[in-house]
Design a protein around this ligand. Structure first.
Ligand code: DO4
Ligand code: MG
Length: 288
């Protein structure tokens, strides 16, 4: 088993490597994920499978390049539709988008706004209720080909989105709102990639306060359909990562709190773990 991974080395912030058994190796000619996503699938596979013995030392970070974009798809599972209808003052929009040909697609994060496995995710200080959204992320090259899969936690300020769907960006794009990782499993190594199981849990002071599971079998859209719409009237010169929506939403009485730990596991892909902290209103003043 191997993965495409991104590590921080003493000289490079986003170095692309091939991970095998916890060791990282150079991929000849490819320095960043963007280099890889400029290639077509056949060429990438050929280079990836060229054995390199050059080991690279570094710390695992989110699998992105400095110029990567992360997008999200929404209301792609019945559970997401139902949870949003329950919490929203304007429930019809979720029913309509669930049934429409055109999916909901939204811009989620840049590399700078994305954290990886083991890092902290944020809940907005001005949100009353916040939830993790455990999702499969698909990695797409500039030619709209699916090259790999990863895990995304599309953190969401639930009551802010519930108050008005036009607040979606504020509910979903803030400091610490996107986690991705731990790595990318190449698509040619995944068996039955449309049928993977997804498990998630929230732990508080060592006890599980919520856990649930779903399967990609319950995804109401095909990856091809989502990719097709994402690439309409749109160009991704260095590829794109698309989080495919959540099929797991906690009940209304569960909200994340600072100190919680969110764990998301997807079969054959890995486990993404993040501790939750509060993103203060004045975060801008605190960052130097
Ligand atoms: O409609 C709002 C966003 C939906 C979403 O992020 C999801 O279903 O995962
Ligand atoms: Mg989501």
């Amino acid at each position: 088993m191997s993965h495409l991974a991104v590590v921080k080395t003493s000289t490079e912030r986003y170095r692309l490597v091939k991970e095998i058994n916890g060791k990282y190796f150079e991929i000849p000619g490819l320095k960043t994920l963007s280099d890889a996503l400029k290639l077509n699938l056949t060429d990438l596979k050929k280079i990836y499978e060229t054995a390199s013995t050059n080991e690279i030392n570094g710390e695992l970070v989110a699998p992105v390049a400095p110029d990567s974009e992360v997008w999200g798809a929404g209301v792609t599972y019945q559970r997401s539709r139902d949870a949003r209808k329950e919490e929203s003052g304007i429930p019809d929009v979720y029913q309509l988008v669930y049934e429409a040909d055109r999916p909901e697609l939204f811009f989620k994060a840049t590399a700078r706004r994305t954290v990886g496995h083991g890092a902290e995710v944020g809940i907005r200080e001005d949100a009353l209720t916040s939830v993790p959204e455990p999702e499969v992320a698909i990695v797409i090259n500039r030619f709209a080909e699916l090259i790999g899969m990863s895990i995304c936690n599309d953190m969401t300020s639930r009551n802010i989105e519930g108050e008005n769907p036009l607040y979606l960006s504020q509910a979903k794009i803030y400091f610490g709102s996107n986690s991705l990782g731990p790595m990318i499993r190449p698509i040619w190594e995944i068996f039955d990639h449309n049928k993977l199981d997804i498990h998630a849990k929230i732990e508080r002071s060592g006890s599980i306060v919520w856990q649930a599971a779903t399967s990609l079998k319950s995804l109401n859209r095909s990856f091809e359909d989502l990719i097709g719409y994402l690439f309409r009237c749109q160009h991704f010169p260095v590829g794109v990562l698309l989080s495919t929506g959540t099929g797991i939403v906690p009940p209304l009485d569960i909200s994340l709190a600072s100190g919680d730990v969110v764990t998301i596991t997807v079969d054959q892909i890995g486990t993404l773990v993040n501790k939750v902290v509060t993103t203060p209103l004045d975060i801008n003043d605190r960052i130097k």
